[in-house]
Design a protein around this ligand. Sequence first.
Ligand SMILES: [Zn+2]
Length: 298
Amino acid sequence: MITFKKTLLIFFFSSLLLMAKPDVTLQVLGSGGPESGDKRASSGYLIWIDGKSRILIDFGGGASLRFEEVGARIEDLDVILLTHLHVDHTADLPALLKSSFFTSASGDLHIFGPYKNDLMPSTTNFVHRLFDDNDGAWQYLGDHLDGSARLQLKAHDLHKSLKEKVIYKQGDLSIKAVSVHHGPIPAIAYRVNIGDKSVTFSGDMNGDYHTLEKLGYKTNILVMHNAVPKKAKGVAAKLHMTPLIIGEIAQKAKAGSVVISHRMIRTLGKEKETNCEIRRNYEGEIDYANDKDKYKVN
Ligand SMILES: [Zn+2]
């Protein structure tokens, strides 16, 4: 017989269990690529933890408006993760930083991204070129780098041939990163772990380094960029994964589900073909992202 005392105990312990498990949601801010005409914001994602917009992954054109629309708050952001520095992954950063002036955002906002090569600046240099108070494009925002504004941007470079490693840790949040192959462009994939839940982001890549399957091993949600269709060849295939490769990686990683994003005019409308290609290797759930879609991480 269940007594009142026992009921209280069950309630107490189930509440403890609930408290121990953070509520984690992935939200797509931008499901598009760099094109105009796809009616999508460029690449951008948010991780909500217990109702707070804590982690931002990429912030391309249009993502700033989506950030507002979904009720995200810059005050709640801890970290920005840039997969690489192409325009469709970074263009709205100045808008985000300026908007912080009108909020109570304070402390350090960490921003991670790749180190330089001959084609691209390092992430620290990129941030410097944008905001430095001597020679930045938006030098009037330089107080976010020199210690005088309430909110300080702290940029970090990740080595261009980065082996998988933990780059950020705070409580039960830890972020791992590894280099991925995006043609000649330094690029990074990230895995965000919150307790025993995780979301892994491919960024733009073609799979040649074979690092993502390990980074994303048994991840709950694997966000994969579908920038090219089945028959892609040449430069496009050097930069991006074909759907077949998406399926191979998802299968090797034993990902719980796959969210297909960075959708472009050349892949939109080809979901049936893309699905068939992914299904040659991967049997798990496949979702096609639209802006503002939310995925609860279980
Ligand atoms: Zn891109």
